[in-house]
Design a protein around this ligand. Structure first.
Ligand SMILES: *[C@@H]1O[C@H](CO)[C@@H](O)[C@H](O)[C@H]1NC(C)=O
Ligand SMILES: *[C@@H]1O[C@H](CO)[C@@H](O)[C@H](O)[C@H]1NC(C)=O
Ligand SMILES: *[C@@H]1O[C@H](CO)[C@@H](O)[C@H](O)[C@H]1NC(C)=O
Ligand SMILES: *[C@@H]1O[C@H](CO)[C@@H](O)[C@H](O)[C@H]1NC(C)=O
Ligand SMILES: *[C@@H]1O[C@H](CO)[C@@H](O)[C@H](O)[C@H]1NC(C)=O
Ligand SMILES: [Zn+2]
Length: 464
């Protein structure tokens, strides 16, 4: 009995021993082996390709600046509210019988093909003492106070580019604090002080030159950036220092030189096809020098990410709608222009359209689309900048100009229009930054409705 018991104990011990060895040594090895196999696979994948495969762009219908629908009919039969943005409640924005007209259906389907729009009401309650403060902020205006209790928020999202803006017009009604230092005084002092020892004023001796040498005409010159952000990167400057005194002739000379530089670079390196001009004004706008200077770059393979994402959106739009007869002849940029025309947010010159985007990034965000880059286009840009300076007192801004891809062999695929965008960068003398996590990381917040912004810029343009 005792021996038998002893024997079975030994059996269990032996089984236990082997199990133990298995669990502690072999099992982990099996696990490690399988994860190692996985890692090995990943490493192989990583070795295969580390470059994003750019899609083949299609040949889109050309961008033209005339509307693809009858604007007069649209205004007559469809749209009643020229002030606000359309929302879920169609009764507020469209005429009674609008569904009876094809033009209404067509344009509304265009709007919906690109934008999501919705209005929300955010309710707020204020304790009495705070309510008194709010009433005072709004100058005891009862309508405004009522709006403060039920705030209208307008959300607009471009479904292709994911540009996303929330408008809260009430925020724009708050009184504006005057800047700590008066704008004129700040400008005068900053320009005086920096002009005394300005490298860009003494460009012959104090600026770098790239392999193409210096380019120069009557009012402007080129210089290499001492610290480049792209392989082909140059700068174009007026010879004089004061941005507030910039003349049209100077701006024209700057752009003319930059255009010449693009052609020269592209000839030397045909794969560099994607021209970009970037222009920041004054330190509050991100400019490192007070002397006006425009960056020009020519990138290969594609545009810089932010514009390439718009170009790619345009391709997706084209592919999604290519089989739908109503949209089949549409160009994404032209559709965006159509929609803004329908909302009365565009000013058109022959071949050039100025628009206030419904996905604005800031108040007075302005986009110009054009069929060609020419002197008239430069004139429009010049008038916008004069409007910023003289009408809005906005002296710091960031702006970009994307020119259509340069192409030696008439390759028209993915052909973007001339695209200019300018955005004010806040009060020049303010210590406050005008951008926050909203703009950089989430959604753009604009506190005036596009129609209000439009009403202000419409007077800036003389016949061109
Ligand atoms: C609505 O449209 C129909 C057909 O176009 C027309 O007969 C009718 O009078 C219109 N009604 C109103 C209120 O405009
Ligand atoms: C600054 O103000 C002084 C005095 O009014 C004036 O002489 C000077 O030209 C101004 N400078 C600039 C850059 O506007
Ligand atoms: C600066 O450049 C100009 C023109 O090239 C030249 O005449 C002048 O002597 C230079 N000045 C200095 C200090 O190098
Ligand atoms: C459009 O039509 C073509 C040819 O009939 C087809 O191959 C393609 O998948 C269609 N595209 C879409 C987005 O439906
Ligand atoms: C378009 O907007 C401008 C500026 O607010 C205004 O003057 C004009 O009457 C509007 N046009 C229409 C058709 O509503
Ligand atoms: Zn200078």
């Amino acid at each position: 009995m005792i021996i038998k018991l002893f024997e079975s104990k030994i059996k269990y011990l032996i089984v236990g021993l082997f199990l133990g060895i298995f669990i502690t040594t072999l099992l982990p090895k099996l696990f490690i082996k399988s994860t190692w196999e996985k890692n090995k696979q990943q490493i192989d994948l990583a070795n295969i390709k580390n470059e994003y495969n750019f899609i083949e762009y299609s040949q889109w219908p050309p961008f033209l600046t005339d509307p693809t629908f009858d604007l007069t009919l649209w205004r007559k039969h469809c749209w009643i509210n020229q002030i606000s943005l359309p929302t879920q409640d169609t009764k507020l924005y469209y005429k009674k019988n609008y569904t009876a007209y094809n033009v209404c259906k067509d344009v509304i389907s265009l709007i919906n093909s690109i934008y999501n729009m919705k209005t929300n009401i955010a309710k707020v309650e204020y304790p009495e003492t705070f309510a008194q403060k709010i009433r005072k902020i709004f100058n005891y205006d009862k309508t405004l106070y009522a709006k403060a209790l039920e705030q209208e928020l307008y959300f607009v999202m471009n479904k292709y580019t994911f540009e996303h803006t929330v408008y809260n017009p009430l925020r724009g009604r708050r009184p504006i604090q005057p800047p700590e230092v008066p704008i004129e005084q700040y400008l005068n002092e900053t320009i005086e002080k920096t002009s005394q020892n300005c490298d860009l004023c003494n460009y012959q001796n104090m600026t770098a030159i790239d392999s193409l040498g210096r380019m120069e005409n009557r009012y402007a010159y080129s210089a290499a950036n001492a610290f480049k952000f792209d392989q082909w990167h140059s700068m174009f400057m007026p010879k004089q220092h004061d941005i507030t005194k910039l003349t049209f002739e100077e701006l024209k000379d700057i752009f003319t030189l930059a255009w010449k530089w693009f052609q020269t670079v592209h000839k030397q390196s045909p794969s560099h096809r994607f021209p970009t001009l970037l222009w920041d004004s004054l330190p509050h706008g991100g400019a490192s020098q007070v002397h006006p200077h425009i960056h020009a770059t020519l990138h290969s393979d594609h545009y810089y990410g932010q514009f390439e994402s718009i170009r790619f959106a345009s391709e997706r739009y084209y592919r999604e709608y290519i089989n739908i007869s109503k949209h089949g002849k549409k160009n994404f940029f032209r559709t965006i222009q159509d929609i803004h025309m329908a909302f009365n947010l565009t000013i058109s010159f022959n071949g050039i359209t100025v628009l206030i985007p419904i996905t604005s990034r800031k108040e007075y965000d302005i986009i110009v689309l054009a069929e060609n880059f020419d002197e008239r286009f430069i004139k429009v840009i010049y008038q916008i900048i004069q409007g910023y300076f003289n009408k809005l007192k906005q002296f710091s801004f960031s702006s970009c100009l994307y020119l259509p891809p340069l192409s030696p062999n008439q390759d028209d695929s993915g052909l973007t229009p001339v695209y200019y965008r300018i955005i004010p960068r806040g009060q020049i003398s303010s210590l406050l930054s005008e951008i926050s996590s909203l703009d950089l990381l989430s959604i753009h917040n604009v506190n005036k409705l596009p129609a209000d912004l439009f009403a202000e810029i419409i007077t800036w343009f003389q016949e061109i």
